[in-house]
Design a protein around this ligand. Sequence first.
Ligand SMILES: *Cc1c(COP(=O)(O)O)cnc(C)c1O
Length: 430
Amino acid sequence: MQYYSLNNNTTKASFSEAVIKGIAPDKGLYFPEHIAPLPKSFFDTIETLDNIEIAYQAIRQFVGDEIPETELKDILNDVLSFEFPVVEVEDNIGTLELFHGPTMAFKDVGARFMARCLGYFNKNNDNQVTVLVATSGDTGGAVANGFLGVKGVDVVILYPSGKVSDIQEKQLTTLGQNIVALEINGVFDDCQDMVKTAFLDSDITDYRQLTSANSINVARWLPQLFYFLFAYKQVKSKGKDVVFSVPSGNFGNICAGIVAHKLGLPVKQFIASTNINDTVVRYLETSKYAPKPSKATISNAMDVGNPSNFIRIQKLFDNNFEQLKHSFSAFSFDDSQTKEAMKKIFDTTGYIADPHGAVGYLGLKKQGLNGNDYGIFLETAHPVKFLDVVEETLNTTIEIPSQIQKVMNKEKKSYSINSYKELKQFLLRK
Ligand SMILES: *Cc1c(COP(=O)(O)O)cnc(C)c1O
């Protein structure tokens, strides 16, 4: 499989090159040259296949011959070692729980898949890659955990001091080994700016191979398509039309869902549900793409003003606005609507949704479902990751799961960084 840059379709890369570089030299996002649909028999018999086989059939064309079947299946076995249940919360509405992984965030699958691919490519050489990533909370923990102990990979995570939750900070700062946490005196945008500057700084890039571990990287983005296949497998016997509502920030997850649709997955409608960071919602209304600086909300993993993967979504619809609007909609909700939804779901069903999942639920309601539709909203994080707001909104207490309990008792280790100059010194030192 070849990938090309969305800035210039003559810039090509193999899967391994795309994974190692993260972004094309011309700063474009990599995009697969072909997406070949899976045979109809795959969807006809999907309920008889286990998750590893489903994932293997779906991802193999994107990996090509660069990772042999046995090794690719080993990677998938490792990555997909937990459940992805669809839990019914109302008649004809279910939630796809994506938070049963090691850091209880849906980003675990992508981060683990990318880490194991890089580990495979580095198996027989002495290459060293540095994953440099800025986090506002959830990404960092999943990346740190996914890359822990992977040969040939150093991970440097920048996070804004005092701006992530205690649980999130512990998940970033207690692992050790090849994971280093840098505590930045600033806000998330400062962390992101420093990372971007470092990628463009040849003093640094001449000295180390940098790569990103956000959903720009194809190995983090594409495996998310598994979720949609796993959900379909569980609800197929209902014989209904499936509508997915995806809580969206950088739009990587929903974009992977659309790739699953391109593979032949029957989906009636994709709903991108956002908080007040509504760039895509406004785009669908006006056909003008006008990004804005991000605003802080209680669903903070979606506080993104300029979603990096939207360009891939446009490409998947052949850059045709009418075609996009046909099976893709987007709605925005503010924090008070989100809290109301969390309360309503809890009061009527007893289910505890986190703020991101609640935004997804609202998207289904706003779209409106008919009698033959089955709506699925994605639960992208365990409610414990947003403990304060969930407990306060629902006036209840949440039991802390064992994965989280374990890190809470470990000791934090981080380096404090006050300027880009200090970051640069740090990256040139090690
Ligand atoms: C990252 C994240 C999202 C947004 O996913 P995108 O792929 O960036 O759209 C939603 N919810 C949670 C909990 C996240 O961590």
